[in-house]
Write a protein that binds this ligand. Structure first.
Ligand code: SF4
Length: 368
């Protein structure tokens, strides 16, 4: 409900504006806070550490998880750049849901990347990134059957995207998104098809589904639920969980493929990663002496954030937090540990990435 002159909130899924008032957004768009009880029940460090902050209808998925029944997990990435640690977290989350009986539909959205991102000039370029993205996703643990690329999807999916398109009016889309370019409009219909097609009889049939998204992606979720009600199919309304993405390495910035200095890429060398960690913004005191005396602020520290989002041992991450707060761990030593942790991961990952490149080519371009 909007009172007086206050304008309704319009989120821009393609924008870079930081969301400040979460509570207002939750109440305006009917989201619920992700309950503590579920975080413990899901038994995965990403949930325990609070990366899921809200949900819409995740109750249905919790029920399936408790009953050990299957459910659909649909998410993806636009192939508009190299994958970084922020994307790794999304894949890790998908893998955690897969272990809980999730059937995975991981979309590499090359058409979306081309039509909505200024910097992607040709479909060829979007497909080159799609190969890189698919090889990274495979190296992180997804299987070939979990991944699809929009431009190589079956005819049924495209037919369905047109069925969806017919159910919208311009006025409805304008109310959800504000202004939309024709490219974004076309990409949206594919996004809705991505989320819903898994419930078509040709795929899994009617089944609860969940899509992990960032809060600014919520307009897509509202639109897809609206259209699911209008289509002549018996669908479960798609559920969503809202995740807080890992931020960039510099103060106040998102981790972005377009700004290499804000991100650690999955194909960075250990040396490149080490340099980025040592240059990252921290919550340390002005001098070592001050840090030891007053303690640090891990809550705002980008190095701590790397541990929080990626280090699997929760006891170790808690220790880093406590030692930093007490000033018993200094930033130089902490960064060294972080760089060593990343070096081990990146070395192993690079080998798996190279091994999976041919398979990724086949996902994107088809069998030779
Ligand atoms: Fe960040 Fe580590 Fe320094 Fe604490 S000690 S502020 S966690 S780098």
């Amino acid at each position: 409900m909007v009172c007086g002159d206050e304008k309704p909130m319009v989120l821009d899924p393609w924008g870079s504006e930081e969301i400040k008032d979460y509570k207002k957004l939750f109440s305006e768009f009917g989201l619920k806070e992700f309950p503590e009880k579920w975080k413990r029940e899901l038994r995965h460090y990403l949930f325990e550490r609070g990366i899921a902050i809200a949900h819409r209808d995740f109750d249905k998925i919790m029920e399936r998880i408790r009953n050990k029944e299957e459910f659909i997990v649909m998410t993806g990435i636009a192939s508009s750049g190299r994958l970084h640690l922020g994307h790794k977290m999304v894949v890790d989350l998908v893998l955690a849901l897969k272990k809980l009986n999730g059937k995975i539909f991981f979309c590499i959205a090359d058409i979306d990347a081309y039509t909505t991102r200024e910097k992607i000039r040709t479909m060829k370029e979007a497909k080159e990134f799609a190969v890189e993205n698919a090889a990274n996703a495979l190296a992180l643990g997804l299987r070939k059957k979990d991944i699809y690329v929009q431009s190589r999807k079956e005819a049924r999916y495209y037919e369905f995207a047109f069925e969806i398109a017919k159910k919208f009016t311009f006025a409805e889309l304008k109310a959800i998104y504000g202004e939309l370019s024709p490219g974004k409009l076309a990409a949206n219909f594919l996004q809705y098809a991505d989320i819903l097609h898994a419930q078509l009889p040709e795929y899994c049939g009617k089944m609860p589904s969940v899509t992990p998204v960032a809060l600014e992606q919520d307009p897509h979720m509202r639109a897809v639920r609206d259209v699911a009600r209008k289509l002549a199919y018996d669908f479960c309304l798609p559920s969503s969980i809202y995740i807080v993405h890992q931020s960039g390495l510099r103060e106040g910035e998102k981790m972005s493929s377009s700004k290499p200095e804000t991100a650690i890429f999955l194909t960075d060398s250990p040396e490149e990663a080490r340099k980025k960690v040592f240059r990252a913004f921290t919550g340390g005191g002005g001098t070592v002496e001050e840090h030891r005396r007053f303690g640090g602020k891990p809550e705002i520290c980008k190095v701590y954030e790397i541990f929080k989002y990626h280090y699997p041992n929760t006891k170790f991450v808690k220790e880093i937090y406590e030692l930093c707060r007490k000033g018993e761990l200094i930033c130089g030593d902490c960064k060294k540990m972080c760089a060593e942790f990343l070096a081990k991961f990146l070395e192993k990952h690079r080998k798996k990435f190279e091994k999976n490149l041919k398979k990724a080519e086949r996902i994107v371009h088809g069998e030779a």
